[in-house]
Design a protein around this ligand. Sequence first.
Ligand code: IMP
Length: 422
Amino acid sequence: MANTILIGAQWGDEGKGKIIDVLTADADIVVRSQGGNNAGHTVFHRGKKYVLHLIPSGILRRRKVCVIGNGVVVDPVALVDEIEDLRASGVTIDCNLLISDAAHLVLPYHAALDEQRELRKGRARIGTTKRGIGPAYGDKAARTGLRVSDLMQPALFSKKLAAKMRENNAILRALGAKPNDFAEVNERYLRAGKVLAPFVANTVVYLHRQMQRGRDILFEGAQGTFLDIDHGTYPYVTSSNTTAGGACTGTGVPPHRMDRVVGVMKAYTTRVGEGPLPSEDERVAGMLHEMGREFGATTGRARRCGWFDAVATHYATMINGIDELAITNLDGLDSVHPISVCVAYRLNGQRLEVPPCDSAQWENCEPIYEEFRGWNEPTGRARKFSDLPKNARVYLETIAEMTGAKLTMVSVGPTRAETIVL
Ligand code: IMP
């Protein structure tokens, strides 16, 4: 399979967990390179549903090694909880998990600051997951963060933590929020550090050694292209590079070792949190929510929903260098007719083929739609492309062509079996 980057081509929640699970069959190692436990990758394995937040989805398959790369922000307590939950469900976690010593830590003051900043923004809030992701990456960029390697040295960790907590408790007090107790946090995080110690490694060296041995790596992207800190709907974004480049910086695997980029997108569009979504449509949201679909895997929030936005996905193909497309949730449109697709935007009387940089302008873009005939029959049992109704095939081929990459996979249901490989 060679080295494959899998990324979300929309606003996250594209169904990456399921596609990663399918691709993992051909990979030796699965790596996360960015984000933290703001992610929620849903995988159905042996009839059971798992939602993975920090641990790569490959963990459910026994012989795959999972790596949490240097670009991920790790909440050690949340990671220990995730390990324990998975073990309680019968998943083996031992030498199949590695954590980069260079990954930055998410600490309780990050989550507290995330919450306070959101509260203070009022209607201008980002709608974050409140997991402390933005403040943790903020510390990393400001060069004041604590890393996994610090946690592995208890005396050093406590010293650095005490200094950071003095500073952050002063900020929290000034904001009228409750400060955190140093002794409690120190004790709790050192305890988590002890549990994690056997998994900590220089993952750059590990990955390079494995590549020398010809092992295939799958880079599991989290969130989606338009939540990228550089290319997304700033400031309504997450704080990492969710696009393909992040797979290199977040793991230490150089660009020329990457062989292909698979983009995952839904047959329609969703987003959680605030920010532009030009093709948002109340009817699409109402229909999907009524079907019990489109509630967040991490926060349980109802996702905003709309028609497929080809302006956005075409731009995503450009940024990520997407070679192959996996289109998910086709079955969500089974009873919809007609189906609209946003093919361009109109802003101040002008037709736009690429999104504007400014979020306020992006928000004001009016979608220009093209209509497609629905197929009005269930697609969940299709296992070959030719099993799909003709109108569904036309729809898929057209949105892939508009996006500008080759369609190689279609998902018609949550389980591994409900997948069409072209
Ligand atoms: P943060 O990453 O918690 O700071 O949230 C920033 C924005 O990214 C918010 O709009 C979140 O809803 C969104 N977001 C973060 N993680 C995910 C994800 O895994 N799926 C979808 N949206 C996400």
